[in-house]
Design a protein. Sequence first.
Length: 60
Amino acid sequence: MTNIENINISINEHIEEILRLERQRGRAYNAGDIEHYFQLSTKINMRRKKLEDLRKVLNE
């Protein structure tokens, strides 16, 4: 596999992980579990930052 293919796979994995975390965050919000909601929000923000970094590398 080339480096570009690996980056594309990593991007797709990050997108899937973000979607999974967003579903969990929605369930935490609906359950009134604010602490878990904010923990998931932090994880989502970190994944989005990593995704942004991967996309920058891909576009170089």
